[in-house]
Design a protein around this ligand. Structure first.
Ligand SMILES: Cc1ncc(COP(=O)(O)O)c(C=O)c1O
Length: 367
């Protein structure tokens, strides 16, 4: 007897992750490979997190604490919030699927920007819900058009801020004006995976908006500035009733114990965070200057990645960079076939990337 798949599975476009370093080494026969594809932290995790992991390892025979008690306590203190306004997930990714599982019925709608993070659409597709994509204006969320797209089927609105892949932000004022226009039964998910990197003072103070009672869910992660992407841990902040709904659809042991102790130690090491940000700022300045020198259009970024127009086939640029040991992302996955997205790396890696990119563009333009 054959199994019948749910029809909505036909519509699902699987997430295309950045190529792993080991795979590229294997496939290309290279030793020295740099990954600038998944906006990871080139400095690595805090030494305190590594120490906490080592200390915890002999106890991994026990199931993790399903409530993430100590991590939530540390987050609550760090953010001056109550613990019951916090949920911890297996990466922010898991929280995106939990929010869909909690709120979306088949045929209902989410609204998101285009281009933006594709996991929102994936999570909606899992629940057989529809995604309404609203084109960005000048590479920024078009909040007016997003508000105008609201109808009786709208359940969730996804705001990626800073936006992946553009690195652009919407401001506090813009976000608050937008929230004021919306019916309160729509949950606005504000994905702040990169918020620590932002330097623009007009960036939203989203915790303040939460305290004002707006129906928002703020998503954050330990994958980026805290350098724990491999452990899969992120968190969400919302009203108590929203957190309770998300907990209802969460698996009992969704966050492993190693991730919990590492995240807690990483959170307490804000000195390491400052070192990560300083390195990112250096890279941001260097790469901006280099793109300008090369005459390439790029978006000034508030995050740890750039979206750059190469004016030639991005897939070809990707292949040529790969054959020289540099992994980036093509803009094609976001609907921009002449753009690439690259993560800011170490000073040495950034310089190597620019040197190789320049060679490749020269080769491609001369053929
Ligand atoms: C905007 C955005 N949100 C969420 C995530 C996923 O974060 P996590 O690693 O915590 O699942 C990413 C990862 O790249 C991202 O870019």
């Amino acid at each position: 007897m054959s199994m019948t798949r749910r029809p909505c599975l036909e519509k699902i476009t699987p997430y295309q992750p950045g190529k792993p370093i080991e795979e590229v080494k294997r496939e290309m026969g290279l030793q020295d490979v740099v990954k600038m594809a998944s906006n990871e932290n080139p400095l690595g995790p805090s030494p305190l997190a590594l120490e906490a992991i080592k200390e915890h390892l002999p106890r991994i025979n026990y199931y993790p604490d399903g409530s993430c008690y100590y991590l939530k306590k540390a987050l609550a203190k760090h953010l001056s919030l109550k613990e019951n306004s916090i949920i911890v997930g297996n990466g922010a990714d898991e929280l995106i699927t939990l929010v869909s599982a909690a709120y979306l019925n088949p045929g209902e709608e989410i609204i998101m920007a285009h281009p933006s993070f594709s996991e929102y659409e994936f999570a909606a597709q899992l629940m057989d819900a529809r995604t309404v994509r609203i084109d960005c204006q000048d590479f920024r969320h078009d909040l007016e058009a997003m508000a105008a797209a609201v109808n009786d089927h709208t359940k969730l609105i996804m705001i990626c801020n800073p936006n992946n892949p553009t690195g652009t932000i919407i401001t506090h004022e813009e976000l608050e004006d937008f929230l004021k226009k919306l019916p309160r039964d729509i949950l606005v998910v504000i994905d702040e995976a990169y918020f620590e990197y932002v330097t623009d003072p007009s960036y939203p103070r989203s915790l303040e908006l939460l305290a004002h009672g707006y129906n928002i869910l703020i998503l954050r992660t330990f994958s980026k500035v805290y350098g724990l992407a491999g452990l899969r841990i992120g968190y969400g902040l919302a009203r108590e009733d929203v957190i309770a709904d998300l907990n209802t659809v969460r698996a009992p042991f969704n966050v492993n114990s190693v991730a919990q102790v590492a995240a807690r130690a990483a959170l307490l090491d804000q000195e390491h965070v400052q070192a990560v940000l300083a390195l990112n700022n250096l890279g941001r300045e260097f790469l901006s200057r280099e793109f300008e020198r090369m005459g390439l259009f790029y978006l000034p970024t508030e995050a740890n990645f750039f979206f750059v127009e190469v004016k030639v086939d991005a897939k070809e640029v990707f292949s040529r960079l790969l054959s020289r040991g540099i992994i980036i992302r093509v803009g094609n996955i976001f609907g921009f076939p002449q753009f690439i997205r690259l993560s800011i790396a170490t000073e040495e890696q950034n310089a190597r990337f620019i040197k190789v990119l320049e060679e490749i563009l020269k080769e491609m333009r001369s053929t």
